[in-house]
Design a protein around this ligand. Structure first.
Ligand SMILES: O=c1ccn([C@@H]2O[C@H](COP(=O)(O)OP(=O)(O)O[C@H]3O[C@@H](CO)[C@H](O)[C@H]3O)[C@@H](O)[C@H]2O)c(=O)[nH]1
Ligand code: MN
Length: 365
């Protein structure tokens, strides 16, 4: 029996979650037709497009989207000499979008990532899932064997300390990819036809003290909690390495989140990654990183941040000092990267005076 009061009544439109508190950051050298597929999910949100490569090229943004677009001329104009810390000709340029945003949350996605379907065939609203991941607490200090205890239909299992059941604020939500997985070049070369068809219905908190390989393809974070550490390191033009921008940021944010008691989650949502970049080109970009990471990882595993590092900026500047001290012997590149990390924080604080490190009360991340 349909209630006549509601028969034919239009459902009250729901306001998309965090509509005015989240920016979508897209690095691009291509056209942005991929947005057509995301329109139902992205149209209500503000986009920040970071146009890489030739600034004289016009990037067409499909009608109906609210956006701001920055090319290399804009970055140089806004940051002046500090623009040296923003990579050129590499997707790492996306971090400029994090810096100029004025919102609390960021979602970043590549322009060759499309809407995936879950096993039931339903289109996945990746943004909605990231928002849920960020709004619900993380559990880095004690592993819950029934996975995300805050998910509908799950909970903490027997033996899980009640003193830890509040969890901690979630700073990062790391999504995954169907079809083309984010493999490194050697793996891509030996498995050119491998496609990821496995949809694993889980969100996990990455335990404290554990590093992970963060991919920037389908990533969301709380800018107020961890934004200043989300620097996608010096890559691309003029640099000896590429495709380690997101990895570098992931190692930095993880040690800082562990220090500040913040959570990092990985798992749902999936996107459909359509384009395999050229493995030979990737090998040329990555190969130093494949050797260097054997020294970088032990460095991050050994990082200890002093107690008086109570803000993200203070943690990050301290981290840059340790990079300079301990990684410059691996290659002079790390000396340059350590300096760029400080330049990034200076630029960040310039553009975000309200949350500049020297203005935050101690203890506020
Ligand atoms: O010089 C460039 C190249 C690309 N972009 C934009 O960045 C993303 C990712 O580019 P693409 O999909 O071609 O590369 P992938 O190998 O699939 O990217 C994965 O590897 C990581 C390397 O950093 C990257 O984060 C992963 O997603 C697209 O939006 C390109 O348009 C660019 O801005 N500048
Ligand atoms: Mn891609």
């Amino acid at each position: 029996m349909v209630d006549t009061a509601t028969a034919g009544a239009k459902p009250t439109p729901t306001t998309p979650l965090l509509k005015d508190e989240l920016d979508i950051v897209i690095p691009t050298i291509r056209n942005l037709d991929f947005l057509e597929m995301w329109r139902p999910f992205f149209e209500p949100y503000h986009l920040i497009i970071v146009q890489d490569g030739d600034p004289s090229k016009t990037i067409k943004v499909p009608d109906g989207f609210d956006y701001e677009l920055y090319n290399r001329n804009d970055i140089n104009r806004i940051l002046g000499p500090r623009s040296s810390c923003i990579s050129f000709k590499d997707s790492a340029c996306r971090c400029f979008g994090y810096m100029v945003s004025k919102k609390k949350y960021i979602y970043t996605i590549d322009d060759d990532c499309f809407v995936a379907k879950d096993p039931s065939g339903k289109q996945i609203n990746a943004l909605e899932q990231h928002i849920k991941n960020l709004l619900y607490p993380s559990t880095p200090f004690f592993f819950n064997t029934l996975y995300d205890p805050f998910r509908e239909g799950a909970d903490f299992v027997r033996g899980y300390p009640f003193s830890l059941r509040e969890g901690v604020p979630t700073a990062v939500s790391h999504g995954l990819w169907l079809n083309i997985p984010d493999y490194d070049a050697p793996t891509q070369l030996v498995k050119p036809l491998e496609r990821n068809t496995r949809y694993v219905d889980v969100v996990l908190t990455i335990p404290k003290g554990t590093l992970f390989p963060m991919c920037g393809m389908n990533l969301a974070f709380d800018r107020d909690l961890i934004g200043p550490a989300m620097y996608f390191g010096l890559m691309g033009d003029g640099q000896p390495i590429g495709r380690y921008d997101d990895m570098w940021a992931g190692w930095c944010i993880k040690v800082i989140c562990d220090h500040l008691g913040l959570g990092v989650k990985t798992g749902l949502p999936y996107i459909w990654h359509s384009k395999a970049s050229n493995p030979f080109v990737n090998l040329r970009k990555e190969y130093k990183g494949i050797f260097w990471q054997e020294e970088i990882i032990p460095f991050f595993q050994g990082v200890v941040l002093p107690k008086d590092c109570t803000t993200v900026q203070k943690c990050y500047v301290e981290l840059s000092k340790q990079v300079k001290e301990k990684l410059s012997k691996v290659d002079p590149y790390f000396d340059k990267l350590a300096d760029a990390m400080v330049t990034w924080i200076e630029a960040w604080d310039d553009l975000n005076p309200a949350t500049a490190s020297d203005k935050l009360p101690n203890g506020k991340a």
